[in-house]
Design a protein around this ligand. Structure first.
Ligand code: DP6
Length: 329
């Protein structure tokens, strides 16, 4: 008998960034990262194994996915099949609550939901560390989306067999807000995996970035545990801009920032001059995420919405753990 499993996972935004791999084959990060899970951005994924299928099938936001996207999902399913001792292929149906592939961390919530749903559909026990490890193999930032609240993923060592993220503090620990400024709806120009490979092999700042990363992750973690928004904002901004400086120094240069991205950075700096607690962080895409307090989030969102090039803003609370439900098919 086959079952259908439906999982929901939230996106996360790294406050101490992961950029670089200790072991590209095993997808082990070269640096520790610390994230906050985002309630407003999520992926819901349904998985059902079916003996009648001749290959895995993936539908994302009502569109059939082929090629690279399907291959990455099928690789995760291969690992689940190996673990469960099964040979059946699966039908995967997934929905994002935000634009797919636009740099809004759809791979993180997507692979976290897929890991949980496929493990549950294959009849494996729901073990969060195992699901986090499984998601990490597909996309390392996805390891963090298994957990709610504030989450850390350690750096790996070459050849290491397993590596899972672990929670630092639950969502209820601290009510902070993240305002996302969406600056483009297209897919990102260079994916993270390729961007990291290029940075590691050509940027003169890659070594210094690796050296500073543990200190940054520890600074971010301490600020979270102390509930110190100023310390957290300053460390998160430093991590994000250091990561981009490192990528930009690659040859040829890797520039994810667009005019609207920089306009947001400047707008947030001006808000701070007016006494607003707000700091930016930016992933491998042009969007800007602004860390702020619940009291100041509306003002930050309103201000960002008026910045030229900002298409819309999304305000998010801290999100909960990913969840999964199993029903008999
Ligand atoms: C800039 O997790 O997408 O968002 O492991 O190669 O799939 P792969 O990379 P991915 O990289 C995320 C990079 C980042 C920073 C972060 O989320 O820590």
């Amino acid at each position: 008998m086959h079952v259908r499993a439906t999982a929901r996972a939230h996106a996360n935004i790294a406050l101490a960034k992961y950029w670089g791999k200790a072991d590209p084959e095993q997808n082990l990060p070269a640096v520790p990262s610390v994230s906050v899970t985002l309630d407003a951005l999520s992926t819901q994924t349904e998985v059902q194994f079916d003996d009648a299928l001749e290959a895995d099938e993936l539908t994302l936001d009502a569109v059939r996915v082929q090629g690279r996207g399907l291959k990455r999902a099928a690789r995760l399913l291969d690992e689940v099949r190996a673990m469960a001792g099964s040979k059946s292929f699966a039908r995967i149906t997934s929905h994002n609550s935000f634009p797919t592939g636009s740099g809004l961390a759809s791979s993180a919530s997507g692979f976290a939901a897929l890991a949980l749903a496929s493990m549950a559909a294959a009849g494996l026990p729901i073990d969060r560390a195992m699901a986090s490890d499984m998601a990490r193999r597909a996309s390392a930032s996805a390891a963090r989306s298994i957990f709610g609240g504030f989450v850390r993923l350690e750096a790996g060592a070459p050849g290491q067999r397993t590596l899972a993220a672990s929670p630092i503090a639950p969502a209820g620990h601290w009510d902070i807000r993240v305002v996302v400024a969406v600056t483009s709806l297209g897919p990102k120009r260079v994916g993270s995996t390729e961007g990291m490979r290029h940075t590691a092999s050509t940027s003169p700042y890659y070594g210094p970035w690796i050296e500073m990363s543990r200190g940054l992750a520890d600074r971010v973690q301490k600020a979270i545990l102390d509930r110190n928004l100023v310390a957290l904002g300053e460390a998160a901004e430093h991590s994000a801009l250091s990561m981009h400086a490192c990528a930009m120094a690659s040859q040829p240069p890797l520039v994810y920032l667009e005019p609207a991205t920089l306009a947001c950075v400047e707008a947030v700096r001006r808000l701070r001059e007016q006494g607003v607690q707000a700091w930016v962080t930016i992933d491998a895409g042009p969007h800007v995420k602004v860390l702020t307090s619940p009291e100041q989030a509306a003002r930050v969102a309103e201000h960002l919405a008026s910045v030229p090039g900002v298409l819309r803003t999304i305000e998010s609370r801290v999100g909960q753990d990913a969840s999964v439900e199993v029903t008999e098919a």
